[in-house]
Each structure stands twice: as C-alpha cells, then as structure tokens.
Design a binder for this molecule. Structure first.
Ligand code: 5HU
Length: 144
C-alpha cells in the first residue's frame, strides 16, 4: 500500500516534531511517499526548486492508495493536496489536535459529511493517541 503523508512546511513548522512520529507509524502499514526533509526550512535546497517539489508530490499523490494529512497547522500546500486527492478519489484521513486551540477549516471538517466516511475522515486526537488511531484506521481499511 502506498501512503502519501501531508504536513505543513511553509505554512508553519510548529508541529514538526509530531510528523516523524506519524510517518514512522505509517511505515508499518505500507510505503510512505513524503518529503523527508523535516527541517524548519523545508526543502528550499532541493535541486529544481518549487517545480520539482510540485511535480514529485503530484506524482506521489497519484500513486498513493491512502492520503494521511496532519491538518492542525494550517497550510496552503496541505489544503491543496487534500483537494487534489479528493478529485482523484483517494481515501483521505485528516488528523487534527483540538488542544492546539485552533479551529479546523469548515472545508476540511465538512468534507466527511459530503464524501462519506469511506473516502474521507477527520479524526481529532492528542499526540499520545495517534498510533492507536492509525492502527484502527488501517485495520478497518484492510478489512474492507
Ligand atoms: O518544500 C516543500 N516540500 C513539499 O513536499 N511540500 C508539499 C508537501 C506538504 O504536505 C505540503 C506543505 O505545504 P506548505 O509548504 O504550503 O505548508 O506541500 C511543500 C514544500 C514547501 O512549500
């Protein structure tokens, strides 16, 4: 199974320590397609610049079976990737931490009701719960 992981980079790196924990758990369910630069600066130094980042990520998204997005830190790129993944009819899991004090965009929060939970789910979580949430989600997926 190919899993595409989305997390904020230029949108803000406040949650940068949580993303590797999610990616590590996702790697137990399949191959994770994701930028591996988790530094504060993101991938500014990638040869080919933004065009290479865009082309690579759209290709990975197209190859993915499931998209997992950490959506607590708002990010144009993550929102764009979720929209593209919806258009490609991918299964999408969005992870949001209400304890951040942020309020999730209505466009993400309500997508589950519009698309149905087999394609789109939003899960509220606390950091220590994330592994269990992923186990449940991927456990259900492999049952279907
Ligand atoms: O350096 C990058 N590498 C990269 O893969 N992305 C993609 C993957 C992330 O899920 C998403 C983050 O978007 P943003 O940078 O707008 O927060 O965009 C985005 C950037 C920088 O915008």
């Amino acid at each position: 199974m190919n899993i595409y992981f989305c997390g904020s980079i230029r949108g803000g790196r406040q949650d940068v320590k949580i993303y590797p924990k999610i990616v590590k758990k996702l790697q137990t369910f399949g191959q994770v397609l994701s930028h591996d630069d988790i530094s504060e600066k993101g991938e500014d130094a990638l040869p080919g610049g933004d065009e290479a980042i865009y082309d690579r990520d759209m290709e990975w998204l197209a190859q993915s079976d499931v998209v997992v997005a950490e959506v607590t830190q708002p990010s144009f790129g993550v929102g764009y990737e979720i929209g593209q993944a919806m258009a490609m009819k991918k299964r999408i899991l969005c992870l949001f931490r209400p304890s951040s004090g942020k309020v999730l965009s209505a466009m993400i929060q309500r997508a589950e009701g519009k698309l149905g939970s087999s394609l789109f789910q939003v899960r509220d979580y606390e950091e220590e719960e994330v592994e269990g949430i992923l186990e449940n989600y991927f456990g259900e997926l492999t049952k279907n």
